[in-house]
Design a binder for this molecule. Structure first.
Ligand code: CP
Length: 312
């Protein structure tokens, strides 16, 4: 793997290799007092976050540090971006300073692809940590890792992705990855929060959450992305919640084995009832925990090379 920009770029073998590596790293680190492997010693990882983040940023930083890479964090606010420096010049500057891998989050869809093009000559790997409404591949990988832990093989499993699909890079990345892993995806959303091109996606579409819940193995609730909305997509937060929120009553419609996911940050009380977010069926904390191991696995596949061991 040279870059990780989208989940469409991952075939079944690539995706399974990353997920298996994440499992192995998790097992290796389990119960250790010192979570440190030598695998990426001498490698430099730079994160560039042009949008706010808690989970993705922290877990990439930990992933690099737990593998002994040198990790540097750059945010738009504290960098020369504030003086008007372009994304291209910022990226070339970080590559010149010695970055082996740049991890980028940016509000513009396609920003990570552009970066990969600009950094081709430098040989720097690029990881997309979320670009606009386009893709968030490591989120989909950590979701798949969490679902595999709870459900086993995902082939033939039915997963509902619920809510603001229109603005969700998490939904787009999950649709492709889950299809690659052999799962069936049903998107459940109001017509106003579905993209125009959804007919070409490997999914079925429903507007009725209650009708879908009894037949799914997992339900992935999406954040309503008010910051990307320039208009009115539903009458009110209360009406959205009545139709598409995962309430305690709806939790009871799910099969006993079903898993509840949310990528975070959650709007408790709107997308998901607080009691549901904290229920045993919810794997939201596990998603965050698995995010570190998945991001370690991604860095390993990008930077360690086939000949390297995973450390001991
Ligand atoms: N899920 C996710 O990307 O969360 P952050 O925005 O906190 O990184």
């Amino acid at each position: 793997m040279r870059h990780l920009l989208t989940t469409d770029g991952l075939d079944l073998a690539d995706a399974t290799a990353v997920l298996d590596t994440a499992d192995e790293l998790k097992r290796t680190l389990l119960g250790r007092e010192v979570r440190k492997l030598p695998t990426l010693r001498g490698r430099t990882v730079i994160t560039m976050f042009y949008e706010s983040s808690t989970r993705t940023r922290v877990s990439f930083e930990l992933a690099g540090k737990w593998m002994s890479a040198d990790v540097v964090n750059v945010s738009a606010g504290g960098s020369s971006v504030g003086k008007g420096e372009s994304l291209r010049d910022t990226a070339l500057t970080l590559a010149a300073a010695g970055a082996d891998c740049v991890i980028v989050r940016h509000p513009a869809s396609g920003a990570a692809h552009r970066l990969a093009g600009w950094l081709a000559e430098a040989g720097t790997s690029v990881v997309n940590a979320g670009d606009g409404t386009h893709q968030h591949p490591t989120q989909a990988l950590l979701d798949a890792a969490t679902l595999r832990e709870r459900l086993g093989d995902l082939a033939g499993r039915r997963i509902a992705i619920v809510g603001d699909v229109l603005h969700s890079r998490v939904a787009r990345s999950n649709v492709h990855l889950l299809a690659t892993l052999g799962a069936e995806v049903v998107l459940v959303a109001p017509p106003t929060l579905l993209p125009a091109g959804v007919a070409g996606w490997p999914v079925t579409v429903s507007h009725e959450l209650d009708a879908e819940l009894p037949a799914v193995d997992a339900v992935m609730m999406l954040r309503v992305q008010a910051e990307r909305m320039h208009g009115s997509y539903f009458p009110s937060a209360r009406e959205y919640s009545i139709s598409y929120g995962l309430s305690e009553a709806r939790l009871r419609l799910l099969p006993e084995h079903a898993v509840v996911l949310h990528p975070g940050p959650m709007l408790r009380g709107m997308e998901i009832a607080s009691a549901v977010a904290d229920a045993p069926q919810a794997a939201i904390t596990e998603q965050v925990r698995n995010g570190v191991h998945v991001r370690m696995a991604v860095l390993y596949h990008l930077l360690a090379g086939e000949e390297e061991g995973r450390g001991s």
